[in-house]
Ligand binder design. Structure first.
Ligand code: SF4
Length: 855
């Protein structure tokens, strides 16, 4: 063991002085000790620090030491030795799988797995976590010391009897598994013989670097950039520029952070670090920055399970479950390559019992094909995880999903994690685990949950989203830190649940005080880069949030030193132009993307709010209904429409068959119930209203027919192309058209809503669009009248007549024509945010009505 020289970097170092000091001090020490600089190695804790260190050494000229992290240096030595199958490797997916196989081999394991599969799989996850931590801790020490360390660990194990006997038994298994694991790839570093090891300690000691310094038998220098635990801040706490923002809630905090980033960019302070203390919050900030077209590098890694690729694979598996329903099928069909969107719309309309013009024959044909695709998975009985894995792979290859996944960045990472590209290291262990389809789905979900996803960085991005432990020592011109509260900055992760305190102490496992010190050092070093914006919210749901204890300590240090106060400022709204864009009212235009057909409902939404129309008709974002929900009022409306149509159509066709109208109406109701495959039990309350409706309807019908009015047609589709509407056709389905005396006609629109609302509607004939729209479709004419027929009012049916539908239809065509030409010329489609329409609007989340900034 050689003596280690230590050099303390100046207490007040800043990022711009750190790297020149590291370079000069390393070279000076090598020269004093007469060691060859070109054969020395400078070790840094993480890869993002390599570039500034190398640049500073290059600026000094002459021979330079090699600059690496323990991991990059290990990687330069070639591929790591292949681990024994089933050994603990530090790979999350493999180790969980191997832990399941390991526990099943215990005398009590197989019975436990049979008895309680959920608890067993939780236990396997705990064993994997504990074994990885033990392996990582012991293997960071020099190889020569490990045998003794494992012996000490065994001596510190709790007794496998008493109340925590199960946990103790699991810990025994974890420890022996970890002790038998292959040596880590970094062990090869102990065979290297550089002229000197130099290690920069910044943000806490690096276990592997310390072991190399301690035991390599080579001259060593430790450059100390950290401060002691009782004063991590040092002089830098006083000189730094800190802004503290208090935000009302999660969304406000995300918007404030996005505004702070954009404000720094506008002021030319780049690069900007966005520090990920609160992963949820920074994901939202990231989305806001995406919307403001700010390029960003994400170094944090999301969970693979949050990607579209993962969602598509899980959707396929869930759709194959025997108990799956239309919601699960639709979720999968949206990702199934052979399914064209229009056919999917038709299928969805069919399942949701929506009225409209859809090619349901094609939809049903494709659904038959889709079911054939699902069958191999649905019908497969219990089998090994390897067999499931191969079955799923074959399924994805057959339907073209494999190709699609390989073409996307998240898909490629999914294929690698699932072992479909290259060899899966866990196959041997997986072959020993039996599972049915739900258990296989659960394994796939867990695998995707623990695997990270690193999005491709945007080229030359000025914003870096990075964890706190990788944010310091780097030349950032502005640091934005959302989540600087008592939950996200101050609390540290607990060690794996199986590891007891005596065992942790025996192995020198980092305790919570050490982890807190690391976090505090990272925050202190962060302040050495540039201005920092710390943000926190007032509350999370019902729970109030407070300042981080570390921030409070920092403020006390500043106050004692007489530094300017940096009080908490309440954040209200973005202050710069680009930031305002983050929460401004949307103002899209769709000159070239306007639909070529327009329905009455779409026209209504255009008049209420152009943005709502944009969402519905241009983006085609209809709100999905709950497919599995019980029969709703709307279903009753559709049913009643169909019953009346069938009644009148059959009545017109069967002249003088002797069936009375009440019987015919009831028979039509039964036939439609059967045809629409409605649950008679669920329809029961509606059938009770229908019993009351039948005589009322016939009482309304008889005098009407006495006056010469007769049902002519129903549920007819119409289209209108008009010179006033270039490039646009109106389309719609008319509930009913009656012919009357003297060649008169009347269109009737059945309604199951409130009759009073309809009365109010027709009192403003120029505002009413639906009847005018249908009248226009029918070609209008002065002999055409129009009325709503309210069907489930207390006095139903009640006829609410439009006073002058002919004039309204003409006005509608003229106004729509000029409005459409404006939109075709690129006129914006603003979100109006006015009136009661916003209260029930399905596009409210899209237009962000609740988050608009100052007007
Ligand atoms: S919520 Fe209001 S402003 Fe937003 S799209 Fe709907 S109607 Fe328009």
């Amino acid at each position: 063991m050689a003596a280690i020289d230590t050099f303390e970097l100046p207490q007040g170092w800043r990022v711009e002085t750190l790297w020149p000091a590291v370079a000069q001090q390393s070279l000076a020490w090598l020269q004093t000790r007469e060691l060859a600089a070109r054969d020395a190695v400078l070790l840094l804790p993480f890869a993002a620090l390599l570039a500034p260190a190398r640049a500073a050494l290059a600026a000094c000229g002459g021979w330079q030491p090699r600059v690496e992290t323990p991991l990059t240096l290990t990687a330069s030595l070639g591929p790591p030795p292949v681990a024994e199958p089933g050994a603990c490797q530090g790979d999350a997916v493999h180790d969980r799988m191997a832990a399941v196989a390991l526990l099943r081999r215990q005398s009590w394991g197989a019975a436990w797995a049979q008895r309680d599969a959920v608890a067993f799989s939780r236990a396997a996850a705990m064993v994997a976590d504990a074994a990885q931590t033990l392996r990582e801790t012991v293997c960071a020490r020099p190889p020569a010391l490990r045998k003794a360390l494992w012996a000490q660990a065994r001596a510190a194990l709790p007794s496998a009897a008493g109340p925590a006997a199960t946990e103790a038994a699991l810990l025994h298994v974890a420890l022996e598994w970890a002790a038998a694991s292959a040596p880590p790839a970094t062990d090869r570093l102990f065979d290297l013989r550089p002229s000197a090891w130099i290690a920069l300690q910044i943000g806490g000691p690096d276990a592997v670097a310390e072991a190399l310094l301690d035991h390599a038998g080579t001259p060593s220098l430790r450059l100390q950039a950290d401060r002691p635990a009782d004063d991590p801040w040092g002089p830098v706490a006083v000189g730094v520029d800190i802004e503290r923002l208090l935000c009302a809630d999660f969304e406000a905090e995300a918007q404030a952070a996005a505004a702070a980033v954009v404000s720094a960019l506008n002021a030319g302070r780049t690069p900007v670090a966005l520090v990920a203390l609160d992963r949820e919050c920074v994901r939202r900030v990231r989305a806001l920055l995406d919307r403001a077209a700010v390029p960003l590098v994400d170094e944090t890694g999301w969970r693979l399970s949050t990607t579209r690729a993962a969602a598509s694979v899980v959707a396929l598996l869930r759709a194959a479950l025997p108990e799956a329903g239309p919601d699960a099928w639709l979720e999968w069909l949206k990702t199934w390559p052979p399914m064209p969107p229009r056919t999917l719309d038709a299928l969805e309309a069919l399942w949701r019992r929506r009225r409209g013009r859809h090619d349901t024959v094609a939809a049903e044909r494709l659904w038959d094909e889709a079911q054939i695709q699902l069958q191999p998975l649905t019908k497969a009985g219990p089998r090994s995880l390897t067999a499931w894995h191969d079955l799923l792979q074959g399924q994805l290859a057959r339907d073209g999903s494999f190709e699609r996944l390989a073409a996307e960045a998240d898909g490629r990472q999914l294929l690698a994690v699932m072992g479909w590209q290259g060899e899966a290291p866990w196959r041997a262990a997986a072959a020993q685990v039996q599972a049915d389809l739900p258990a296989f789905i659960s394994w796939v979900e867990t695998t995707l949950e623990i695997a990270p996803y690193l999005p491709l960085p945007a080229a030359a991005a000025p914003v870096v989203l990075t964890p706190l432990a990788r944010a310091f020592g780097r030349p950032f011109a502005q640091l934005v830190v959302p989540g600087a509260d008592d939950l996200h900055l101050g609390a540290v992760a607990s060690p794996p649940t199986l590891i007891t305190a005596p065992l942790a102490a025996e192995l020198g496992l980092e305790d919570s005080a050490t982890r807190r010190h690391r976090q505090r050092l990272a925050l202190a070093h962060l302040l050495r880069a540039g201005p920092v914006t710390l943000l926190r919210r007032q509350r999370d749901a019902d729970e109030p949030r407070a300042d981080s204890p570390d921030v409070e300590w920092l403020l006390q240090v500043r106050a004692r030193a007489g530094a300017p106060a940096c009080g908490l400022r309440l954040w209200r709204a973005p202050t710069c132009e680009r930031a305002c864009a983050v929460s401004a009212r949307p103002l899209p235009s769709a000159a070239t993307a306007l639909p070529t057909e327009l329905s009455a409902t779409q026209l209504e939404s255009l008049r209420q709010c152009p943005y709502r129309f944009y969402a519905r008709a241009v983006l085609r974002l209809d709100e999905p209904d709950e497919l599995d929900a019980a029969l709703a009022k709307r279903d009753y409306g559709n049913w009643l429409h169909a019953v009346l149509h069938r009644f009148h159509a059959e009545r017109a066709a069967a002249s003088g068959d002797g069936v009375d109208d009440a019987t015919r109406l009831q028979a039509a109701a039964d036939a439609v119930t059967l045809e629409m495959a409605l649950d008679a039990g669920e329809l029961l309350p509606f059938r009770a209203s229908f019993e009351h409706f039948v005589p009322s309807y016939l009482r309304w019908l008889a005098p009407r027919e006495g006056q010469g009015w007769h049902w002519q047609s129903g549920e007819t589709d119409h289209r209108l192309a008009n010179a006033l509407l270039p490039g646009l056709q109106l389309r719609g389905r008319i509930d009913r058209l009656d012919h009357g005396p003297e060649g008169r006609r009347q269109l009737l629109d059945y309604k199951t809503g409130s009759a009073q609302a309809l009365v109010a509607k027709v009192k403003q004939p120029l505002e009413e669009t639906q009847l005018a729209f249908y009248a226009a479709l029918l070609g209008g004419g002065e002999k055409l009248a129009a009325a709503y027929l309210a069907l489930d009012d207390a006095d139903a049916p009640s006829e609410i007549v439009h006073p002058d539908v002919h004039a309204s239809a003409e006005t509608l065509l003229q106004h729509l024509g000029s409005e459409w030409q404006r939109l075709q010329a690129g006129a914006p489609m603003p979100a109006l945010g006015e009136g009661r329409v916003c209260e029930t609007c399905e596009a409210r989340g899209l237009c962000r009505r609740d988050h608009w900034g100052a007007p």
